[in-house]
Design a protein around this ligand. Structure first.
Ligand code: BYC
Length: 325
């Protein structure tokens, strides 16, 4: 872990602080990347640790809904593809934990917060995957929403986060295509298969819109995050872009978006209001699967204790062999 800037030898005076702060703001304004060794305001560090840790947790918890279908994918080909996708998500979680570590928090601390239920992760992963079509809907809608949100994060002002996002977005793009392909096959299949695709769209549409976060007027971090170029678009702007991209895709599939207020105004698809009380309920831990997700992560952590112990024992053995040599 490299946490420079945290270990200054002496406290800074007001003059030094304002000089450093000016230099930091100028760097952000000039679109230069802020690196772990650079001075940064505490609030910037806190904002990034919060967002990157939540993002990492989302990738890790996000393995669970699709993981539920690994043993039941309808063919060997589908199973292989799904397995690769779920493994990618584990990888994304790990890059992101590493990016957060450059800001001075340890992975152990972040994992502890997740397991204790004190850290947030994306609301979307607290919904169940009831049918195979849900794997299609997750790829199409959830990964589609993730790409819409994450491509701008490749231009985030913090270097390690921006660079991690480049690779993540490439992989998300494959994920989105595989989901859309599942939905295409189902929508062109038997009436039962098409009904299954429609049912998945009905259940995942609104939670996908909620992934973008609360409406701008209720977003607590938006202004600061936009000013410091962590976020490049507001929650509402990205939600609108997502709807504009996705509604024609639903029409291509011959499916109906479950929104009676949906209409086209010549420029954008105008859509109804998501149920924000449901969003708040899910965030407060009372969604359909919150408890199940945390229990699964805690069990995986406990089951993996022997691996961590073995790794420590191996490292100790290696060290003592090196001391003797
Ligand atoms: N769910 O002030 P706001 C994936 C929280 S995984 C839960 O607007 P901000 C994938 C927010 O944290 C990709 N909480 O916040 C994996 C804040 O709470 P705190 C997941 C949410 O940060 C596997 C409060 O509400 N993507 O792609 O300016 C399989 C106020 O919100 C949510 C990311 O993590 C939510 N949906 O904007 C398939 C993207 N929304 O911290 C796919 C990175 C808001 O004050 N994150 N909250 O307690 C972001 O872009 C931003 O953090 C957000 C929210 C747009 C999500």
């Amino acid at each position: 872990m490299y946490t420079q800037g945290l270990d200054q030898a002496e406290p800074l005076g007001d003059e030094d602080l304002s000089r450093l702060s000016e230099r930091f703001e100028a760097k952000v304004a000039a679109e230069d990347k802020v690196e772990p060794t650079d001075w940064m305001p505490d609030a910037y560090r806190t904002l990034l640790v919060r967002q990157i840790a939540q993002h990492a947790h989302s990738e890790i918890v996000g393995m669970l809904p699709e993981g539920n279908w690994l043993s039941r994918a309808p063919s060997l080909r589908r199973k292989g593809i799904l397995l690769a996708k779920v493994q990618d998500e584990a990888g994304h979680g790990l890059y992101l934990y590493c990016a957060a570590e450059t800001l001075g928090i340890s992975r152990d601390e972040m994992v502890e917060q997740l397991l204790a239920g004190t850290a947030k992760y994306s609301s979307i992963f607290n919904y169940p995957t009831l049918t195979w079509a849900d794997c299609g809907a997750i790829g199409w809608l959830v990964d589609g929403a993730a790409i819409m949100n994450q491509v701008p994060l490749c231009r985030c002002s913090y270097g390690p986060y921006a660079r991690a996002m480049v690779r993540i977005c490439r992989e998300e793009s494959f994920h989105q295509r595989q989901g859309f392909e599942i939905m295409t096959v189902l929508s062109q299949g038997t009436p039962e298969q098409k009904a299954m695709a429609q049912d998945a769209l009905d259940r995942w549409w609104w939670p996908s819109l909620m992934m973008f976060g609360p409406p701008d007027a209720q977003s607590t971090h938006n202004d600061r995050s936009m000013r410091w170029k962590v976020k490049r678009f507001t929650n509402d702007e990205l939600r609108q872009k997502f709807v504009d991209m996705t509604v024609p895709q639903a029409h291509f599939l011959g499916l109906t978006v479950p929104d009676p207020d949906l209409s086209y105004n010549g420029e954008h698809w105008v859509f109804g209001e998501p149920d924000w009380s449901e969003f708040k309920r899910v965030l407060s831990g009372d969604g359909p699967c919150n408890r199940e997700r945390l229990a699964a992560r805690n069990k995986a952590h406990d089951d993996g204790a022997w691996v961590r112990e073995a790794a420590v024992a191996h490292a100790e053995k290696k060290r003592s062999r090196e001391r003797v040599a």
